[in-house]
Design a protein around this ligand. Structure first.
Ligand code: SF4
Length: 255
């Protein structure tokens, strides 16, 4: 049973001036519910950590954590293949979110060297298996280190993002990593996310303004057309049902 957190200092202000495209009361309620989930993770599923890729959803969560002062750590995975715009946002986030320390995890250098030696610097284009192997080296192994000793992790997953995420539950057991996964924005729409960003003037990745709704590694992400699935630009050369990197494998929902 979650209880609404009193942490968010600007919640009532938000209700007065949310984007006209989104009902202010609805967003006010969504923020309260998201705060309650973060609060639940930080109190009942501690230690909790927020995974921040610096995409729009994660920036909202980072802002909620910063404003609310929730006792959760924050980490990001630098695969070594990110866009310059993402690095720019990482840098500006240091001054915008002064009360939050963001830990950066890098891939194991020996594993990257081995992959490149065997398959080439862009070997991930050759097959789904080699793409998954690259994600395993550059993302999954560092993720294991980031989650070590944690009881829950907080993610920016939303159900409407793709076919692979439609069963996302607000709290579910992450079998692969052996801890609870909390997704406070699971029920948020894209409009909800951007209404929040506009209202609180949260810094965002410049690529969003160039047609990138979802941002990952530079060689594996491209802009999408307005009518396309938000994650259609991720590993676009693969079938839609394989387009996950392993950070969020498909599995049955839990509590
Ligand atoms: Fe490698 Fe692409 Fe996965 Fe990044 S998204 S880890 S470059 S395969």
């Amino acid at each position: 049973m979650f209880q609404a957190s009193p942490h968010h200092p600007n919640r009532s202000m938000f209700a007065m001036s949310a984007s006209p495209a989104v009902a202010a009361r609805d967003l006010d309620d969504l923020i309260a519910a998201a705060e309650a989930l973060i609060d639940h993770a930080s109190r009942d599923l501690a230690p909790a950590t927020l995974a921040c890729s610096f995409g729009a959803e994660d920036i909202v969560l980072l802002d909620l954590v910063a404003r609310g002062g929730f006792p959760v750590s924050v980490f990001t995975l630098d695969t070594g293949r990110l866009h310059q715009e993402t690095y720019d946002l990482m840098q500006s986030a240091r001054s915008h979110f002064r009360n939050v320390r963001i830990e950066t995890y890098f891939p194991d250098a020996t594993s990257v060297e081995s992959y490149v030696r065997d398959h080439g610097i862009n070997g991930f284009y050759d097959s789904v298996q080699l793409r998954e192997r690259c994600c395993a080296v550059r993302k999954l192994e560092p993720l294991k280190r980031a989650l070590a000793g944690k009881r829950s992790w907080i993610t920016g997953l939303r159900r409407e993002q793709s076919v692979t995420r439609r069963v996302t539950a607000p709290v579910e057991w992450d079998q692969a990593n052996g801890l609870d996964k909390v997704s406070p924005l699971a029920e948020w729409s894209n409009d909800d996310v951007w209404a929040y960003i506009r209202h609180f003037d949260v810094p965002t990745n410049a690529l969003h303004r160039r047609g990138f709704p979802s941002i990952g590694c530079a060689p594996c992400t491209r802009a999408v057309e307005p009518h396309e699935d938000p994650r259609a630009g991720r590993w676009w050369w693969e079938n839609a049902d394989t387009r996950e990197c392993g950070l969020h494998p498909k599995h049955k929902t839990g509590a």
